[in-house]
Design a protein around this ligand. Structure first.
Ligand SMILES: [Zn+2]
Length: 250
């Protein structure tokens, strides 16, 4: 089903002002649809023109990575920046910084304004906002995801340029960003017909393969968790494997 956004939602999703969206509809760049909530914008159409804009921006910077490095260099001296008027306009403001004056001046610079707008076009507003979180506070990927879900906007993508902006994702985010990667590997490494150790309690011939692989997956993830020293997670996964084995035995 086609998804429609209000003008305000479209502005938040795209990281531009409401007047900009209105200019685009007036100029015929975006079609207006009349819905129950007033003027609506097709999200697919908005994504299409955003992709076209992103290609034009990347032609100017050479690559995603070049643009990401420029933004990272710009943000580096700022301890903390915040976005004013959430859901309306991307304006970065220095809040607390050892050299906050310098940083604020840099961010107000029209050249930087263009850089910030270009980066929002290519990486999306949630990623840009998350990139402003200082080092050592937490996983910026989590934060970007949360912003994309709550305020709208594209989710971060696991590509080198995004890692330049957001840093290394935490283990949870790696698994979430590549949901099929580790699972496919686990299945491929398992010899066909091998009995899972999680099954010894109650498994037998005719046990559905579905449960066998779930218990097996949970055990392997538990081993990985133990190997990286996360014993609480390892215990949780072992409990889950036992639970799967128990269900398979019923
Ligand atoms: Zn994370």
């Amino acid at each position: 089903m086609e998804k429609f956004l209000t003008v305000q939602e479209a502005a938040a999703y795209r990281g531009v002002t409401i007047p900009t969206i209105r200019n685009w509809t007036r100029a015929g760049r975006l079609a207006q649809h009349q819905g129950k909530r007033g003027t609506m914008i097709s999200r697919a159409e908005l994504e299409k023109i955003t992709n076209a804009d992103a290609l034009a921006v990347l032609a100017a910077y050479g690559s995603q990575e070049n643009l990401a490095v420029k933004v990272r260099d710009l943000l580096f001296p700022v301890d903390r920046v915040e976005v004013q008027k959430p859901g309306q306009m991307v304006v970065f403001k220095s809040v607390r910084s050892a050299n906050g004056e310098v940083a604020a001046r840099q961010l107000r610079d029209p050249m930087n304004g263009a850089l910030v707008a270009d980066a929002v076009t290519v990486f999306g507003r949630p990623t840009l906002e998350a990139a402003c979180i200082p080092d050592g506070v937490g996983c910026r990927w989590h934060f970007a995801d949360m912003l994309a879900i709550t305020h709208g906007g594209p989710m971060p993508v696991d590509l080198p340029a995004w890692r330049t902006l957001l840093g290394q994702p935490c283990v949870g985010c790696v698994l979430r960003l590549n949901p099929r990667g580790p699972k496919r590997q686990t299945v491929a490494r398992k010899p066909p017909g091998r009995r899972s150790p999680g099954l010894s309690a109650g498994g037998g011939p005719g046990t559905p393969v579905y449960w066998r692989s779930q218990a097996d997956n949970a055990l392997k993830l538990a081993d990985q968790a133990r190997a990286r020293g996360d014993h609480a997670e390892s215990r949780r996964l072992r409990d889950r494997a036992a639970e799967h084995a128990r269900k398979a035995g019923n």
